[in-house]
Ligand binder design. Structure first.
Ligand SMILES: Cc1ncc(COP(=O)(O)O)c(C=O)c1O
Length: 364
């Protein structure tokens, strides 16, 4: 079965499977903040409209300075992106023809962008998916012959954040192996800013941190992200970016998103994600599923009998419930599903449908 490589856009999934899309669908395959975007976007929309007519600031202001203030870093160390996706594309160009390590199962864009730039890839798989425990010895060994290591922290799709000391150890090894290390912190907003390694960049010129504005602020459509690295690396990567690549609306909205006024929005999103995820993890374990040790706003699970995965996926699709399949995640190969946390009613509908499935299928 050939399925889309990303979550969200469920109409593509139904079209690819040749199934008529039910009129009322619940999409758990995307994992942005279920609260939606902050209220100011709707309330101030009229004030943003004039930005459509103007060329944006070429440096992405006012977002650039806001990111610098938010993290207490220099603008020189920041490169803005048309989504974190653009940053990955720029990084792949930067590492063109090099040798990279990717730790799986993980976000597919690392491989997609690197492959397009003739980067040779060493695939390292975390065998224990539920704990996503990093094979530190293997990674340290692999770094001896690599130019860059990509690590997703917290990881997509497991939601696991490796212990801080493990990441610190890898950063230290990367330094001595003269290997760069890219940490994708697209989902760290749902955990704690204190877990971010952005402030370690000044002491570690090999470290590159990628952040997305999509997930916490539910603004996937306007495309905004950034990376933080030493000013030397950032300058080189900035030179690869097209002029005016940060649209004016995104720069303005992104600056408001990171303001102090959104502290409550951020805090509520973290609390909600944690509460719903823990509830759902309990539900899954009660039904004998294998569950990832996620700390963020999504979780992955495997059925007690993973041979039933395809039938289970189709059963839910026919009821208008879309999960993120894992066919294209190395190490998962369709045996797991990822679920983004949604509103309580949607979570209840999912649990009801799954309970019905378990009642009929758990003894098979
Ligand atoms: C781990 C991870 N990093 C980065 C991205 C890209 O985010 P953006 O929407 O900012 O391009 C995604 C999108 O799904 C993701 O899952």
């Amino acid at each position: 079965m050939s399925l889309p490589n990303h979550g969200a856009n469920p109409h593509r999934l139904f079209a690819q499977l040749g199934i008529k899309q039910p009129s009322n669908i619940l999409d758990f395959s995307e994992n942005v903040n279920p609260a939606g975007a902050p209220d100011f976007i709707k309330n101030d929309w009229g004030n943003f409209l004039p930005l459509l007519q103007r060329y944006p600031d070429p440096e992405g202001e006012p977002f650039l300075s806001t990111v610098a203030n938010y993290h207490g870093i220099s603008t020189e160390s920041i490169v803005l992106g048309n989504g974190a996706a653009e940053i990955f594309s720029l990084l792949a160009t930067y590492f063109r023809g090099n040798n990279a390590i990717i730790v799986h199962p993980t976000f597919s864009e690392y491989e997609a962008t690197l492959k397009g730039n003739d980067v040779e890839i060493q695939h390292v798989i975390c065998e224990d998916i539920a704990s996503w425990k990093l094979p530190l010895d293997e990674l340290q060994h692999a770094m001896q012959n690599a130019d860059v290591l990509y690590l997703c922290t917290p990881n997509n799709p497991t939601g696991v954040l490796p212990p801080k000391k493990d990441i610190q150890q890898l950063i230290a090894s990367a330094k001595s192996a003269n290997c760069s290390i890219v940490l994708d912190e697209a989902f760290i907003d749902f955990v704690d800013e204190g877990e971010s390694f952005i402030n370690a960049v000044t002491q570690n010129p090999h470290l590159i941190i990628v952040r997305s504005m999509t997930k916490m602020y539910a603004i996937a459509g306007i495309r905004l992200g950034y990376m933080v690295a030493s000013s030397e690396v950032s300058n080189e990567i900035q030179r690869l970016a097209p002029h005016w690549h940060i649209n004016g609306l995104a720069a303005e909205i992104g600056a408001h998103c990171l303001s102090k006024e959104q502290d409550v929005f951020r805090q509520q999103a973290c609390e909600y994600a944690a509460k719903m995820r823990m509830r759902f993890q309990v539900f899954l374990r009660e039904n004998n599923c294998l569950v990832t040790d996620s700390v963020t706003n999504y979780v992955s699970f495997q059925l007690p009998n993973s041979e039933q995965s395809k039938a289970f996926f189709m059963y839910l699709l026919e009821r208008g419930i879309v999960l993120r399949h894992t066919e294209n995640f190395i190490g998962m190969e369709g045996a797991w599903f990822r679920v983004g946390m949604k509103a309580p009613e949607a979570m209840e509908r999912l649990e009801e449908a799954m309970t019905q499935w378990f009642q009929v299928n758990s003894s098979l």
